[in-house]
Design a protein around this ligand. Structure first.
Ligand code: KIV
Length: 281
Protein backbone atom coordinates (compact mmCIF):
# COMPACT_ATOMS: atom_id res chain seq x y z
CA UNK A 1 0.00 0.00 0.00
CA UNK A 2 1.37 3.41 -1.02
CA UNK A 3 1.81 5.75 1.95
CA UNK A 4 0.75 9.36 1.43
CA UNK A 5 -0.48 12.31 3.48
CA UNK A 6 -3.90 10.60 3.39
CA UNK A 7 -2.39 7.57 5.15
CA UNK A 8 -1.12 9.87 7.90
CA UNK A 9 -4.54 11.43 8.42
CA UNK A 10 -6.56 8.21 8.18
CA UNK A 11 -4.23 6.38 10.58
CA UNK A 12 -4.65 9.21 13.10
CA UNK A 13 -8.43 9.05 12.69
CA UNK A 14 -8.41 5.25 13.17
CA UNK A 15 -6.11 5.42 16.20
CA UNK A 16 -3.35 3.47 14.39
CA UNK A 17 0.25 4.37 15.22
CA UNK A 18 2.48 5.70 12.44
CA UNK A 19 6.09 4.66 11.94
CA UNK A 20 8.80 6.89 10.50
CA UNK A 21 12.56 6.36 10.42
CA UNK A 22 15.51 8.18 8.91
CA UNK A 23 17.45 6.92 5.88
CA UNK A 24 19.99 8.68 3.75
CA UNK A 25 20.97 6.14 1.09
CA UNK A 26 19.51 3.65 -1.41
CA UNK A 27 20.51 0.41 0.37
CA UNK A 28 19.08 1.36 3.77
CA UNK A 29 15.93 2.80 2.19
CA UNK A 30 15.34 -0.51 0.35
CA UNK A 31 15.47 -2.35 3.69
CA UNK A 32 13.09 0.13 5.33
CA UNK A 33 10.72 -0.21 2.36
CA UNK A 34 10.85 -4.01 2.74
CA UNK A 35 9.99 -3.71 6.45
CA UNK A 36 6.85 -1.74 5.54
CA UNK A 37 7.49 1.39 7.62
CA UNK A 38 5.11 4.24 6.66
CA UNK A 39 7.62 7.02 5.99
CA UNK A 40 11.32 7.69 5.61
CA UNK A 41 12.66 10.98 6.86
CA UNK A 42 15.75 12.09 5.00
CA UNK A 43 16.75 14.11 8.02
CA UNK A 44 19.35 16.82 8.08
CA UNK A 45 20.70 14.62 10.90
CA UNK A 46 22.70 13.22 7.96
CA UNK A 47 25.11 16.08 8.69
CA UNK A 48 26.01 14.26 11.91
CA UNK A 49 25.36 10.58 11.07
CA UNK A 50 26.73 10.50 7.52
CA UNK A 51 29.03 13.51 7.29
CA UNK A 52 30.57 13.69 10.76
CA UNK A 53 29.64 17.30 11.65
CA UNK A 54 28.86 18.05 15.31
CA UNK A 55 25.56 19.79 14.44
CA UNK A 56 23.12 19.85 11.51
CA UNK A 57 23.92 23.49 10.68
CA UNK A 58 26.49 22.95 7.87
CA UNK A 59 24.11 20.77 5.79
CA UNK A 60 23.37 22.31 2.38
CA UNK A 61 20.51 22.06 -0.12
CA UNK A 62 22.86 20.08 -2.39
CA UNK A 63 23.52 17.54 0.43
CA UNK A 64 19.77 17.15 1.00
CA UNK A 65 18.98 16.80 -2.70
CA UNK A 66 21.75 14.24 -3.24
CA UNK A 67 20.77 11.99 -0.31
CA UNK A 68 17.00 12.38 -0.81
CA UNK A 69 17.27 11.35 -4.48
CA UNK A 70 19.14 8.16 -3.47
CA UNK A 71 16.37 7.29 -0.99
CA UNK A 72 13.53 8.11 -3.40
CA UNK A 73 14.95 5.66 -5.98
CA UNK A 74 14.50 2.84 -3.41
CA UNK A 75 10.91 3.62 -2.40
CA UNK A 76 7.74 2.38 -4.05
CA UNK A 77 5.35 2.47 -1.11
CA UNK A 78 7.22 4.39 1.56
CA UNK A 79 6.51 8.09 1.78
CA UNK A 80 9.73 10.13 1.60
CA UNK A 81 9.87 13.31 3.68
CA UNK A 82 12.89 15.56 3.07
CA UNK A 83 14.31 17.95 5.63
CA UNK A 84 14.85 21.56 4.65
CA UNK A 85 18.37 22.41 5.85
CA UNK A 86 19.36 25.34 8.06
CA UNK A 87 18.90 28.71 6.32
CA UNK A 88 17.02 27.28 3.35
CA UNK A 89 13.68 28.63 4.65
CA UNK A 90 14.26 31.01 7.58
CA UNK A 91 15.29 34.17 5.69
CA UNK A 92 12.16 34.66 3.60
CA UNK A 93 8.93 33.01 2.54
CA UNK A 94 9.83 33.12 -1.16
CA UNK A 95 13.20 31.46 -0.53
CA UNK A 96 11.41 28.78 1.50
CA UNK A 97 8.99 28.05 -1.35
CA UNK A 98 11.80 27.98 -3.95
CA UNK A 99 13.92 25.58 -1.87
CA UNK A 100 10.99 23.30 -1.03
CA UNK A 101 10.26 23.25 -4.78
CA UNK A 102 13.90 22.33 -5.56
CA UNK A 103 13.70 19.35 -3.19
CA UNK A 104 10.47 18.15 -4.82
CA UNK A 105 11.69 18.66 -8.41
CA UNK A 106 15.31 17.54 -8.09
CA UNK A 107 15.07 14.79 -5.43
CA UNK A 108 11.44 13.87 -6.14
CA UNK A 109 10.34 13.03 -2.59
CA UNK A 110 6.78 13.45 -1.38
CA UNK A 111 6.92 16.12 1.34
CA UNK A 112 9.31 18.45 3.15
CA UNK A 113 9.94 19.00 6.85
CA UNK A 114 11.03 22.20 8.51
CA UNK A 115 11.70 23.24 12.08
CA UNK A 116 9.83 25.85 14.11
CA UNK A 117 6.36 26.89 15.23
CA UNK A 118 4.73 30.33 14.89
CA UNK A 119 8.01 31.80 13.58
CA UNK A 120 7.74 29.75 10.36
CA UNK A 121 3.93 29.59 10.02
CA UNK A 122 3.99 31.83 6.92
CA UNK A 123 6.53 29.53 5.27
CA UNK A 124 4.40 26.46 6.06
CA UNK A 125 1.30 28.15 4.60
CA UNK A 126 3.09 29.29 1.42
CA UNK A 127 4.81 25.93 0.79
CA UNK A 128 1.57 24.04 1.36
CA UNK A 129 -0.32 26.46 -0.91
CA UNK A 130 2.20 25.76 -3.65
CA UNK A 131 1.26 22.07 -3.53
CA UNK A 132 3.98 20.68 -1.27
CA UNK A 133 2.99 18.85 1.94
CA UNK A 134 4.84 20.04 5.05
CA UNK A 135 5.72 18.09 8.18
CA UNK A 136 6.35 20.59 10.98
CA UNK A 137 8.86 20.02 13.79
CA UNK A 138 8.62 21.66 17.22
CA UNK A 139 10.13 21.18 20.68
CA UNK A 140 13.87 20.53 20.55
CA UNK A 141 14.65 21.72 17.04
CA UNK A 142 18.33 20.87 16.39
CA UNK A 143 18.88 23.78 13.96
CA UNK A 144 18.33 26.12 16.96
CA UNK A 145 20.88 24.32 19.15
CA UNK A 146 22.79 27.58 19.69
CA UNK A 147 19.67 29.39 20.91
CA UNK A 148 18.87 26.54 23.34
CA UNK A 149 22.50 26.35 24.55
CA UNK A 150 22.67 22.62 23.73
CA UNK A 151 20.40 19.72 22.75
CA UNK A 152 17.90 20.16 25.61
CA UNK A 153 14.32 19.09 26.41
CA UNK A 154 11.82 21.85 25.51
CA UNK A 155 8.36 22.67 26.92
CA UNK A 156 9.40 22.33 30.57
CA UNK A 157 7.53 24.74 32.87
CA UNK A 158 4.06 26.20 32.47
CA UNK A 159 4.83 29.07 30.07
CA UNK A 160 6.94 26.88 27.80
CA UNK A 161 4.25 24.18 27.78
CA UNK A 162 1.57 26.70 26.74
CA UNK A 163 3.83 28.14 24.02
CA UNK A 164 4.48 24.68 22.64
CA UNK A 165 0.74 23.86 22.55
CA UNK A 166 0.13 27.19 20.77
CA UNK A 167 2.92 26.40 18.29
CA UNK A 168 1.32 23.01 17.59
CA UNK A 169 -2.04 24.65 16.80
CA UNK A 170 -0.32 27.31 14.69
CA UNK A 171 1.51 24.81 12.44
CA UNK A 172 -1.70 22.80 12.07
CA UNK A 173 -3.64 25.93 11.07
CA UNK A 174 -0.84 26.87 8.65
CA UNK A 175 -1.47 23.60 6.79
CA UNK A 176 1.11 21.10 8.10
CA UNK A 177 -0.04 17.50 7.56
CA UNK A 178 1.80 16.27 10.67
CA UNK A 179 4.16 17.56 13.33
CA UNK A 180 7.29 16.08 14.89
CA UNK A 181 7.51 16.61 18.67
CA UNK A 182 11.14 16.25 19.70
CA UNK A 183 12.21 15.94 23.35
CA UNK A 184 8.89 17.18 24.71
CA UNK A 185 7.72 16.03 28.17
CA UNK A 186 5.48 12.95 27.54
CA UNK A 187 2.33 14.27 29.26
CA UNK A 188 2.49 17.50 27.26
CA UNK A 189 3.12 15.52 24.04
CA UNK A 190 0.06 13.35 24.83
CA UNK A 191 -2.05 16.46 25.40
CA UNK A 192 -0.90 18.03 22.11
CA UNK A 193 -1.66 14.73 20.33
CA UNK A 194 -5.17 14.66 21.82
CA UNK A 195 -5.89 18.25 20.80
CA UNK A 196 -4.60 18.21 17.21
CA UNK A 197 -6.41 16.71 14.23
CA UNK A 198 -3.09 16.11 12.40
CA UNK A 199 -0.82 13.30 13.66
CA UNK A 200 2.05 13.99 16.05
CA UNK A 201 5.26 12.06 15.48
CA UNK A 202 7.31 11.77 18.65
CA UNK A 203 11.03 11.42 19.21
CA UNK A 204 11.90 11.41 22.88
CA UNK A 205 8.32 12.54 23.58
CA UNK A 206 6.72 9.38 25.02
CA UNK A 207 4.11 6.88 23.90
CA UNK A 208 1.20 9.33 23.77
CA UNK A 209 2.13 10.56 20.28
CA UNK A 210 0.33 9.32 17.16
CA UNK A 211 3.56 7.89 15.76
CA UNK A 212 7.28 7.67 16.36
CA UNK A 213 10.44 8.56 14.45
CA UNK A 214 14.01 7.49 15.20
CA UNK A 215 17.41 8.01 13.64
CA UNK A 216 18.25 4.56 12.30
CA UNK A 217 21.87 4.48 13.48
CA UNK A 218 20.63 5.12 17.04
CA UNK A 219 18.05 2.32 17.02
CA UNK A 220 20.38 -0.20 15.37
CA UNK A 221 23.30 0.47 17.72
CA UNK A 222 25.49 1.81 14.92
CA UNK A 223 26.31 5.06 16.65
CA UNK A 224 29.44 4.03 18.57
CA UNK A 225 30.10 7.46 20.13
CA UNK A 226 26.73 8.30 21.65
CA UNK A 227 23.15 6.99 21.79
CA UNK A 228 20.44 9.39 22.99
CA UNK A 229 18.59 8.21 26.12
CA UNK A 230 15.25 8.04 24.25
CA UNK A 231 16.55 5.85 21.42
CA UNK A 232 15.97 2.21 22.32
CA UNK A 233 18.60 0.00 20.68
CA UNK A 234 16.66 -2.65 18.76
CA UNK A 235 19.90 -4.35 17.68
CA UNK A 236 23.63 -4.10 18.02
CA UNK A 237 24.51 -3.94 14.36
CA UNK A 238 27.48 -1.64 14.91
CA UNK A 239 29.32 -4.33 16.89
CA UNK A 240 28.24 -7.04 14.46
CA UNK A 241 29.67 -4.95 11.58
CA UNK A 242 32.98 -4.48 13.39
CA UNK A 243 33.13 -8.27 14.00
CA UNK A 244 32.43 -8.99 10.32
CA UNK A 245 35.05 -6.44 9.16
CA UNK A 246 37.60 -8.08 11.52
CA UNK A 247 36.76 -11.59 10.30
CA UNK A 248 37.23 -10.42 6.67
CA UNK A 249 40.54 -8.75 7.55
CA UNK A 250 41.79 -11.87 9.37
CA UNK A 251 40.74 -14.22 6.55
CA UNK A 252 42.47 -12.08 3.91
CA UNK A 253 45.57 -11.89 6.06
CA UNK A 254 45.70 -15.64 6.79
CA UNK A 255 44.71 -16.68 3.25
CA UNK A 256 41.40 -18.41 4.03
CA UNK A 257 39.48 -15.87 1.86
CA UNK A 258 38.91 -16.05 -1.05
CA UNK A 259 38.54 -19.76 -1.82
CA UNK A 260 37.69 -21.40 -5.18
CA UNK A 261 34.01 -20.93 -4.33
CA UNK A 262 34.36 -17.15 -4.46
CA UNK A 263 36.20 -17.09 -7.80
CA UNK A 264 34.01 -16.07 -10.72
CA UNK A 265 35.88 -17.54 -13.69
CA UNK A 266 37.81 -20.77 -13.87
CA UNK A 267 40.87 -20.46 -16.13
CA UNK A 268 40.49 -21.77 -19.69
CA UNK A 269 44.24 -22.34 -19.86
CA UNK A 270 45.78 -25.70 -19.07
CA UNK A 271 48.18 -26.02 -16.16
CA UNK A 272 50.91 -26.75 -18.75
CA UNK A 273 50.27 -23.46 -20.57
CA UNK A 274 50.33 -21.48 -17.30
CA UNK A 275 53.62 -23.21 -16.43
CA UNK A 276 54.96 -22.12 -19.84
CA UNK A 277 53.91 -18.48 -19.12
CA UNK A 278 55.56 -18.79 -15.73
CA UNK A 279 58.81 -19.80 -17.34
CA UNK A 280 58.66 -17.17 -20.10
CA UNK A 281 58.04 -14.05 -18.02
O1 KIV B 1 17.01 15.28 11.11
C1 KIV B 1 16.39 14.39 11.70
O2 KIV B 1 16.74 13.20 11.65
C2 KIV B 1 15.22 14.77 12.47
C3 KIV B 1 14.63 13.76 13.40
C4 KIV B 1 15.49 13.64 14.58
C5 KIV B 1 13.23 14.05 13.72
O3 KIV B 1 14.79 15.88 12.38
Amino acid sequence: MKNTVSTFLSMKQNGERLTEITSYDYTTAKLVEKAGINAILVGDSLGMTMMGYDTTLPVTMEDMIHHSACVVRACENTMVIMDMPFMSYQASVSEAVRNAGRLMKEARGHAVKLEGGAAVAEQIRAITDSGIPVQAHIGMTPQSVNVFGGFKVQGKGEDAAKRLLEDAFTVQEAGAFSVVLECVPPKLAALISKKLTIPTIGIGAGAGCDGQVLVYQDMLGMNMDFTPKFAKQFDNIGERMVDAFRTYMNEVQNGTFPTEKQSFVKSDCSDEYLAKLDAEF
